[in-house]
Write a protein that binds this ligand. Structure first.
Ligand code: MG
Length: 370
């Protein structure tokens, strides 16, 4: 496709549940949208990097700078194809979330030009996909039970609890006892443990968890493989897997038996599809993670999660789990599921009223030949 320019729109979208950061309590999600435009059409993508580099080395302002200074100049404005973007941008090391945002916008534009949904382009059909919810560490067990109870009442198909050393067995036991064995329950440690904590992790075996996600540091595949021998709860990897090669390596080592894929973490939806294909071929359970996406990022995640290898509910929640108002028409739960948009491209676009209310600055950048 031919593109003449790219717009970057920073936004601040008020959150339903504020969260703590290094500099205080954050009441809004700060991110930015990427819009590619040209004579052949336009498309939207979302950068999901967080304001601080606490989940991954990337952060919002850095990703913005990388797109502007290093990624856009590498595109040939007369000939941009989503399938070739990763290779085109490969000389820029890392920065997968920035690359994923750009690829997403181009993919959306290509699908809109072809008049097909992203789900169709990825080889599946728009359908309902089971929705899961992730619950952060709460100030008390009573508050945790209240929060989980609210989501269970809404119909979410599975619940994920964030855990950390000293804040694991007690809350997990409380949730299991209150909501029973039928609740699909899993935990996410975000790298907070070491092999010295094996006793606490082994204690979680009593609660029938679907799996434990990323207990050890992201670069410790051998540690995860060792831990898998010591505990009964299956291990899922998130931060450790940034490419299909790393997914294959982790599975070969026995470092995990379940995979979480986030398109942004692996450099884009197309690399996520390759990880899907790997897991499907090997019979490995897979699910789609989330990063507090607005409707723009969520729509793309849902199209991906409609592929047949996504065997477990993902961190794909309704818009009102995160935001009072979304940037798009809100995604709503339907019997514990979310509907994959069937319109062309990602099937949603930002609402003019939402852009007017929540965009804090916009920049238009011309594309010129590298
Ligand atoms: Mg995780």
């Amino acid at each position: 496709m031919r593109f003449t320019h790219v717009e970057l729109h920073r936004f601040a979208l008020p959150l339903v549940r504020p969260f703590r950061t290094s500099y205080g309590v954050e009441t809004a999600r700060h991110g930015f949208l990427v819009r590619v435009l040209g004579p052949d059409g336009e498309g939207w993508g979302e950068c999901v990097a967080e304001v601080e580099p606490l989940y991954s080395p990337e952060y919002t302002a850095g990703a913005y700078e990388v797109i502007k200074r290093f990624l856009l100049p590498r595109l040939d404005p007369a000939d941009v194809h989503a399938a070739g973007i990763a290779e085109r941008l490969a000389p820029v090391r890392g920065h997968r979330m920035a690359k994923a945002a750009l690829e997403a916008a181009v993919l959306d534009a290509e699908c809109r030009m072809d008049g097909i949904s992203l789900a169709t382009r990825l080889g599946t059909i728009p359908r309902l996909v089971p929705a899961g919810v992730a619950v952060g560490i709460q100030p008390s067990v009573a508050e945790l039970l209240d929060v989980v109870g609210g989501y269970v009442a809404q119909g979410y198909r599975r619940v994920k609890l964030k855990i950390e050393p000293g804040n694991d067995v007690v809350p997990v036991r409380a949730v299991r006892e209150r909501f029973g064995d039928a609740l699909m329950l899993q935990v996410d440690a975000n790298q907070a443990y070491s092999l010295a904590d094996v006793a606490a992790l082994e204690a979680l075996d009593a609660f029938g968890l679907q799996h434990i996600e990323q207990p050890l540091p992201e670069d410790d595949l051998f540690g995860h493989a060792r831990l898998a021998e010591l505990i009964a709860t299956p291990i899922c990897l998130d931060e450790s897997i940034c490419s299909v090669r790393q997914a294959a390596e982790a599975l070969a080592l026995g470092a995990c038996s379940v995979v979480n894929v986030k398109p942004a973490r692996v450099g884009g939806v197309l690399e996520a599809v390759r990880i899907h294909d790997l897991c499907l071929a090997r019979g490995v359970d897979l699910w789609c993670g989330g990063m507090l996406e607005t409707g723009i990022g969520r729509a793309a995640n849902l199209a991906l999660a409609a592929l047949p290898g996504f065997t477990l509910p993902g961190d794909l929640s309704a818009s009102d789990r995160y935001f009072h108002r979304d940037l798009t028409e809100p995604f709503v739960l339907e019997d514990g599921c979310l509907r994959v948009p069937s319109g062309a491209g990602i099937g949603v676009t930002p609402l003019a009223s939402a852009l007017a209310d929540f965009v804090t600055s916009s920049e238009t950048l011309p594309l010129t030949a590298f």
